[in-house]
Design a protein around this ligand. Structure first.
Ligand code: HEC
Ligand code: HEC
Ligand code: HEC
Ligand code: HEC
Ligand code: HEC
Ligand code: HEC
Length: 344
């Protein structure tokens, strides 16, 4: 055999012996017992204290938040989609930071010593899961932040513990009314709002097909004085809350009719400007959110006067800000666009 082959064989043998000796001497016994890791680590990890305590652990002390959360959209164990308390608030237990990784059973606990995080920037928190991006599963509802919320915090509208419940200006106390009972007392309203809820007078809003909750809240607002109008304040004064809800149910059940009294040139310009409105008023001015009004179906005149009044006396957290930023020409173009939009 040539010398260099002998040397090669010797080197290979020596490497094999060294590798075997290394495995025997340098790795722990339980290595490869179950797979490519230490078998003992399973028992060690099991004896570690859990960092995450799961929502059940929070219930005893935070019953109210737990209740809201448990009934909310973030708790859907049926399809395995559960956003647990500790996803947003951080782990409720810690382990001590022992650099040798020995069993670390002496960390701190919430509420004893360990403070949990209260997320202040909900835009950052919620968009981690809800911002629209390619490849994200559609079942996890996605939004385009710029058109959905602008620069507002998610928590100004969504209850963080039950996001399908709305808060602040979005919360409504109105319950569904009885349309038949509403029809019976609607005669007084027909004079101005039209027989079938479609107003002939461009200065007066149509009510037909408008969102029920919005209508009920509007009548109650005139009654309480939080929305003022010379005629409507008087009309609403003597209506009970139930009557308001019944009238709202009646008018919401009627077919709307688009006024089409906008100027087509203005409408074309209004269409581009309307991008800032659709997140709240729906595509083309038809709103699916019950608490907020649809704009399609109203006349140019009424829409414009409403926008003007949000700059002065009519108060609403959301619309006051929107209206303040609109100049007269833009407001008119928007009114043209929504007046010409089909309401169905
Ligand atoms: C043994 C009762 C108890 C349990 C269990 C408990 N908490 Fe608390 N939690 C408290 C108390 C008491 C405070 C108020 C602490 C303070 O103000 O110093 C608090 C405060 C908080 C706060 C406000 C931030 C802070 O640390 O002050 C958050 C958030 C919170 N808890 C979330 C949770 C979550 C999530 C769980 C379940 C993993 C949970 N808590 C379990 C008693 C409890
Ligand atoms: C999707 C994220 C999210 C989940 C899940 C969540 N929280 Fe919260 N929680 C928040 C945010 C954001 C705030 C701050 C709200 C605010 O500033 O108005 C908060 C506030 C709190 C507070 C009040 C802190 C304070 O003193 O202001 C408590 C207590 C709390 N959460 C407990 C819980 C418990 C218990 C659970 C589970 C049952 C839970 N949270 C699940 C996001 C979440
Ligand atoms: C860890 C990821 C995660 C975080 C953080 C999170 N969500 Fe969710 N959210 C989900 C998932 C998953 C669902 C869907 C649950 C289901 O399919 O039933 C959901 C559902 C919702 C829904 C209901 C959508 C529908 O089906 O109508 C709303 C609204 C919502 N989240 C808002 C929020 C808000 C507001 C925040 C911040 C306070 C937030 N989410 C934080 C994962 C998250
Ligand atoms: C101005 C109020 C407002 C703000 C701010 C807001 N939302 Fe919403 N959001 C709503 C309303 C109203 C709906 C319900 C729309 C509907 O039912 O069509 C909604 C629906 C959603 C949905 C469900 C969408 C769907 O397709 O069903 C998600 C997810 C959501 N919001 C996440 C967020 C997140 C994340 C933020 C913060 C970046 C946020 N929202 C800020 C008002 C708001
Ligand atoms: C004398 C005329 C008149 C009568 C009668 C009248 N309304 Fe009105 N209504 C108006 C005017 C004008 C407005 C617009 C006021 C404003 O700009 O706030 C209005 C506004 C409304 C609104 C708000 C619509 C919106 O889009 O915001 C509702 C809801 C409403 N009326 C319901 C009723 C009901 C219900 C009745 C019968 C009980 C009634 N109105 C009787 C003139 C009338
Ligand atoms: C952040 C959500 C939001 C945005 C964005 C928004 N609106 Fe509104 N808008 C509302 C709410 C809420 C109301 C009902 C307020 C009330 O009860 O007075 C409303 C009411 C109105 C009304 C009165 C309707 C009536 O029947 O009386 C008009 C007109 C209107 N909005 C126009 C617009 C226009 C035009 C834009 C875009 C430039 C816009 N809004 C953007 C939330 C919004």
């Amino acid at each position: 055999m040539p010398k260099h082959i002998v040397r090669l064989v010797l080197i290979l043998l020596a490497t094999g012996v060294l590798a075997y000796a290394g495995k025997q001497l340098l790795t722990v016994k339980s290595f490869y017992q179950f797979g490519h890791y230490r078998g003992d680590s399973v028992a060690e990890i099991a004896s570690d204290r859990p960092k995450f305590r799961t929502p059940k652990a929070c219930e005893q002390c935070h019953a109210a938040r737990y209740e809201e959360w448990a009934k909310g959209v973030h708790n859907n164990p049926g399809i395995g989609k559960v956003v647990k308390c500790e996803v947003c608030h951080g782990a409720a237990s810690s382990r001590d930071s022992n650099p040798h990784g020995d069993n670390s059973a002496t960390g701190t606990d919430h509420p004893d010593k360990l403070k949990l995080d209260i997320p202040t920037d909900t835009v950052r928190l919620c968009t981690q899961c809800h911002e629209q991006m390619p490849g994200r599963p559609a079942e996890q509802k996605q939004i385009v932040v710029a058109t959905h919320a602008g620069d507002q915090q998610c928590k100004t509208c969504h209850n963080v513990h039950s996001p399908r419940t709305f808060v602040g200006a979005l919360a409504s106390t109105s319950r569904p009314g009885n349309a038949a009972a509403g029809k019976a007392i609607a005669a007084d309203c027909a004079e101005c709002h039209g027989k079938a809820g479609i107003s002939d007078d461009a200065a007066i809003p149509s009510l037909a097909g408008q969102n029920e909750t919005y209508l009920a809240d509007a009548i109650k607002a005139y009654k309480k004085g939080s929305r003022k109008d010379a005629t409507m304040s008087g009309m609403a004064k003597d209506l009970s809350d139930t009557a308001a809800e019944n009238l709202a149910a009646y008018y919401a059940s009627l077919q709307c009719k688009s006024t089409q009294n906008g100027d087509p040139k203005g409408a074309a310009r209004g269409q581009t400007l309307a991008a800032q409105c659709v997140s709240c008023h729906g595509a083309n001015g038809i709103n699916k959110q019950a608490m907020w009004p649809s704009l399609a179906g109203q006349s140019k005149d009424y829409l414009l006067s409403a926008l003007k009044s949000y700059k002065a006396e009519r108060t609403n957290g959301m619309m006051n800000k929107v209206a303040k930023d609109l100049n007269d020409a833009d407001a008119a173009a928007l009114a043209d666009y929504f007046a010409n939009a089909s309401c169905r």
